[in-house]
Design a protein around this ligand. Structure first.
Ligand code: TRP
Length: 376
């Protein structure tokens, strides 16, 4: 039986399955919900409201208030996020990156972006290091294509840049016991050593700014909530090493085009990759799971259910900026005025428009990869 069938929820940094209950995650992970007050403070600094915030796609945090308090008193922060390059980037990955760019522009901060080719190598029995490293460079093109500026965006490629990370990783690792790591990540007797040490590496960019610039400031990490276990252990040890605890702002997962779960590269027919050509996008969207009824006549009569529809989620997360229009779409769906074919057609158009542009910028990024490296 699958997790979906058992109604089970599994959310770890390396596995997300079943129907994700975000309220329950706040409770189980011990994070805080994003309040209206906090949201307004971010909007005040940004001078605008971002759809991912006002729709609560970012819904939970740790110490976001602390970071904003410090900022208002003159202590800046840096942003940190990352990517495990196990394959091509799909549009679910872009969701937190788009928001990160918004924060970067709003607060004029530096971003450290970690490309974890080492992580993907140690956690997957079949992975080849050459391949994950290659994906790292390819995935960086997607980040750059979103418009991050090289002046304040630093991409860290773990394997190539390990000389810069290793001393901090050792300090971190020395302060975390095996029993803590085991309890946090569920390590077993059969877990390989590389994997057991690896969380120390994900902690490094939280602290690296001090080493590079001499400035001791906190890091704020926008990321999907599955990464939270890393930050729990990092936060515990940060003060012992003389750093601020890293703060987080957590987002939901963009669902795949199938039933439940998150968009996953391991189910390619239900994921839209950034390099997909228009016909492929059309086919995938056409075959997507919706909240529609068996026949048109029935749907016209009783309406459909946007709350379970994968297509609707894409408008919500990315492709309908206008809240009024989103609400209209929802109502027209519920009342049977709009059919699934209509939504699929519109989504395909919007996706392909976005992807055509993105693919062009991605090509251009190939000449600029070096500009985003940390200079020694
Ligand atoms: N572990 C993440 C992954 O597998 C990659 C990552 C490294 C990351 N550092 C991060 C993600 C910081 C978010 C924030 O995808």
């Amino acid at each position: 039986m699958t997790a979906e069938e058992k109604d089970e929820m599994i959310v770890t940094p390396w596995e997300v399955r079943g129907k994700v209950d975000y309220e329950r995650l706040i409770h189980e992970f011990g994070t805080l919900p994003l309040t209206d007050g906090l949201l307004q403070r971010i909007e005040k600094h940004a001078g605008s409201s971002h759809l991912q915030l006002r729709r609560r796609l970012f819904f939970s945090h740790r110490d976001l208030d602390t970071v904003i308090n410090l900022y208002e008193k003159g202590t800046k922060f840096v942003l940190y996020t990352g990517r495990g390059p196990s394959g091509p980037v799909h549009i679910g990955h872009l969701v937190p990156w788009i928001f990160t760019k918004h924060l970067q522009e709003a607060f004029k901060t530096r971003l450290y972006f970690q490309m974890t080719d080492d992580e993907k190598f140690v956690v997957d029995d079949d992975a080849k290091l050459k391949q994950t490293t290659k994906y790292g460079l390819e995935n960086a093109l997607d980040l750059i294509a979103l418009g991050f500026k090289p002046e304040n965006t630093y991409i860290i490629y773990d394997v190539q840049d390990i000389d810069m990370l290793y001393d901090i990783a050792l300090e971190v690792a020395k302060h975390i016991t095996y029993s803590t790591a085991k309890a946090t990540f569920g390590f077993q007797e059969s877990t390989n050593l590389g994997w057991i040490f690896w969380p120390a590496i994900q902690a490094v960019p939280c602290f690296i700014h001090k080493k590079l610039t001499g400035e001791n400031v906190p890091a704020l990490i926008p990321a999907a909530i599955d990464q939270d276990p890393f930050w729990r252990i990092t936060r515990d040890i940060a003060p012992k090493l003389g750093y601020f605890k890293p703060a987080q702002i957590h987002c939901r997962f963009l669902p795949g085009l199938g039933v439940g779960g998150k968009m996953s590269a391991s189910e390619p027919e239900t994921a839209i990759f950034t390099v997909d050509p228009p016909e492929v996008v059309k086919r995938k969207v056409w075959n997507a799971f919706t909240g529609g009824k068996g026949t048109i006549a029935e749907q016209r009569k009783t309406g459909a259910d946007p709350s379970v529809c994968s297509i609707y989620q894409y408008f919500l997360f990315l492709f309908e900026e206008d809240d009024k229009k989103l609400l209209e779409r929802e109502q027209q769906c519920r009342t049977g005025k709009m059919l699934c074919g209509d939504c699929k057609k519109e989504l395909t158009e919007r996706l392909n428009k976005f992807l055509t542009e993105h693919q062009k910028k991605r090509e251009q990024a190939k000449n600029n990869l070096e500009k985003y490296r940390i200079k020694r």
